[in-house]
Design a protein around this ligand. Structure first.
Ligand SMILES: NC(=O)c1ccc[n+]([C@@H]2O[C@H](COP(=O)([O-])OP(=O)(O)OC[C@H]3O[C@@H](n4cnc5c(N)ncnc54)[C@H](OP(=O)(O)O)[C@@H]3O)[C@@H](O)[C@H]2O)c1
Length: 251
């Protein structure tokens, strides 16, 4: 089980889920290192409480410093499913930060850079990876985002490392991009729905970024999540507190 002497690398620490993951790790007094493409952008988010290392998952040589001495990795990186400025087009036909480059090859680069004694690789994937031919996922996958996520999942499950794969549906809540650490620590799901999790990829609906971040962090505390892949959505009446132990034990 994770302890306060461990260090967790959050890849995609400036993202909607990644910021919340970092804040929740800090709230549990865990050591956090953030992998970011832009240190200056990330610095203001965490009141200097997160060690930041610059790197880009497309380029393996930039991941050496970030992964050195790390015990856990939570990978929350991603790009848009459909063409956008975030694809970093060199020209119209050549996006350099495409789903294939980031969600597929990039995650595989991060996995390859992981220390051999890594205790867990937690990956934020997506609902639909196992039913890419069904609506609405066949549309979501027009530019290959689900193909890329599945390719990354396969690399993770065959890597020999302990892993947890979390598949959210359409994300809601946040991103709290312009906020600071105190705001992140107080972030709550706006909805009043409970957390529902199920092994595999059969759930439909929407998922709070807050609950995805909670699931990433909480999963590190339970052996029931080791080498599991599960979908997570929000549905039903939300209890006053979420019992992660029970949710994970039902997987
Ligand atoms: N949106 C949805 O409805 C949905 C549904 C299911 C699953 N998901 C998945 O959920 C995860 C979190 O989503 P989100 O909305 O929180 O993501 P987000 O806000 O778009 O954040 C993505 C993060 O990835 C980083 N990133 C992008 N390209 C990178 C690269 N080449 N190297 C290193 N870092 C890179 C970004 O850093 P920069 O600040 O440098 O750009 C950012 O920190 C993603 O994996 C996404 O695919 C999303």
């Amino acid at each position: 089980m994770i302890s306060n002497s461990d260090k967790v690398l959050v890849a995609g620490v400036t993202g909607g889920v990644g910021q919340l993951v970092a804040a929740k790790l800090l709230a549990k007094n865990l050591n956090v290192r953030g992998l970011t493409r832009n240190k200056a952008k990330a610095e203001s988010m965490f009141n200097s409480r997160v060690e930041l290392v610059e790197g880009d998952i497309r380029y393996p040589h930039t991941l050496i410093e970030a992964t050195n001495g790390i015990n856990y990795i939570i990978c929350c990186t991603g790009t848009t499913a459909f063409p956008s400025a975030r694809w970093d087009f060199a020209d119209f036909w050549q996006p350099s930060n495409s789903p294939q480059a980031v969600d597929g090859e990039g995650v595989k680069n991060l996995l390859a850079a992981a220390p051999k004694d890594l205790k867990r690789f937690v990956f934020v994937s997506s609902c639909g990876v196992l039913r890419k031919d069904q609506l609405p996922f066949n549309i979501l996958n027009i530019f290959g985002v689900l193909d890329a996520k599945l390719e990354a999942e396969k690399a993770i499950t065959t890597s020999g490392l302990s892993y947890t794969i979390i598949r959210p549906a359409r994300l809601i809540d946040g991103p709290y991009t312009s906020y600071d650490l105190n705001t992140l620590l107080r972030a709550k799901t706006d909805g009043k729905k409970a957390v529902v999790m199920e092994i595999g990829d059969r759930l439909n609906g929407e998922t709070s970024r807050v609950d995805v971040a909670n699931a990433c962090v909480e999963s590190l505390f339970y052996n029931t999540t080791v080498n599991q892949d599960f979908a997570i959505i929000n549905s039903g009446d939300r209890p006053s507190s979420i019992d992660w132990s029970q949710l994970f034990s039902q997987l």
